[in-house]
Design a protein around this ligand. Structure first.
Ligand SMILES: Cc1ncc(COP(=O)(O)O)c(C=O)c1O
Length: 360
């Protein structure tokens, strides 16, 4: 049964994006693919508000693949990371850094707690081996927007590089790599961009990425230097890419950047979230975060006492709406998450509220 996806990815797509899946078959070693990939690389730069000093690559995989491509490819043996973590996806970055045996100062702030910048600065002063600060832009597990601009300033002040997981932020927030001093960041089609899961991308300073060597990379498939070098040489990928998803990614980038515009997209998401948040407040529901800390797209909200979140989510699904139960300790606290990513419009949100009212 068709379900309205009010979940933070995968998302509902616009018709031209779905139609792009039906493109005639092409070979990934053909000029047609090279032209498509060259276009996508430029559009990804626009998505992150980057200039010509940045470059991008597409990686066939989920958002984690893009994160792993970055974190497994950029550290020299003696170099260390400083991680800011305040939710599930910060913890995921820690898991990746650990797997690749990158010594990491893991600053944890508790889920849903804004990072304390004094602690960040102290950690930078204490450990000169740190070369990268790593963090999540939009911590999807809580819906919090992290202070990327402020941390970017610290990165600049202390001469560190700055990696940001923008998986759930790109096309939902202004990532603005230049203003925020971001050196390297990631996202994936099946979130705010409104494409499909499975086509992820990396955007970073070309001076940084071009200096990487395949030998520095700690794995084969997700080797950022390899991805960059072949893209630069001939707009191809090192391995067989998911060509079909490239067409859809391209269509979603066109829709976002040209038809709706990045500003328009972000405004629509904010409008939709505003409608949901106002409606939920009128129903007496309590939010996890103060509204000024919330993203444009994800709302984390508690059910009234006595309600069971698993039953609630199942009930909404029966009525054709997908929302997510809270993660970690929030599940026990009967929290659920509603997202307005992808092809969701104000009227969809008003209809959702009518259905929600029946279930609380
Ligand atoms: C902020 C963030 N980072 C990483 C991921 C992992 O992405 P994927 O599930 O596409 O690997 C997600 C997924 O929701 C996310 O929200």
């Amino acid at each position: 049964m068709k379900s309205y996806l009010f979940s933070p990815g995968p998302v509902m797509v616009e018709e031209p994006v779905r139609a792009a899946l039906n493109h005639y078959d092409i070979c990934h070693r053909s000029p047609e693919f090279e032209a498509l990939y060259a276009d996508i690389q430029q559009k990804v730069l626009r998505l992150f508000e980057a200039d010509e000093t940045y470059c991008s690559v597409v990686i066939s995989g989920s958002g984690t693949a893009a994160n792993e491509a970055c974190l497994s490819s950029v550290f020299e043996q003696e170099e260390e990371a400083l991680l800011l973590s305040n939710g599930e996806f910060g913890e995921r970055l820690y898991e990746i850094l650990g797997k690749y045996q990158i010594p990491t100062t893991n600053l944890t702030f508790g889920w849903g707690v804004l990072p304390d910048l004094d602690r960040v600065e102290k950690a930078l002063k204490d450990n000169p081996k740190i070369t990268y600060i790593c963090m999540v832009f939009h911590e999807t597990s809580t819906g919090m927007i992290n202070p990327v601009g402020e941390v970017g300033q610290l990165a600049k002040k202390y001469g560190k590089r700055f990696f940001v997981d923008c998986v759930s932020a790109a096309a939902g927030e202004h990532v603005d790599v230049l203003k925020n001093n971001i050196d390297l960041c990631t996202s994936v089609g099946g979130k705010c961009l409104g494409a499909y899961p499975g086509a992820a991308y990396v955007c970073g300073r070309e001076s940084l990425i071009s200096a990487l060597t395949p030998e520095l990379g700690r794995n084969v498939y997700l080797n950022l230097a390899k991805h960059y070098r072949i893209a630069k040489k001939c707009n191809q990928t090192p391995n067989t890419p998911n060509v079909t998803l490239f067409w859809a990614l391209d269509a979603a980038l066109d829709w976002t950047l040209d038809r709706e515009t990045l500003d328009g997209r972000i405004q629509r998401y904010r409008e939709c979230s505003g409608i949901l948040r106002n409606g939920m407040k009128e129903m007496g529901l309590r939010f996890l975060l103060p509204e000024e800390q919330m993203s444009s797209t994800v709302t984390s909200v508690f059910l009234p006492d006595g309600k069971n979140v698993a039953d609630f989510v199942a009930g909404l699904a029966q009525d054709g709406y997908t929302v997510y139960p809270g993660k970690g300790k929030y599940l026990e606290m009967n929290m659920f998450q509603v997202a307005t990513m992808g092809a969701i419009y104000p009227d969809d949100c008003r209809k959702f509220l009518e259905v929600l009212q029946k279930h609380i």
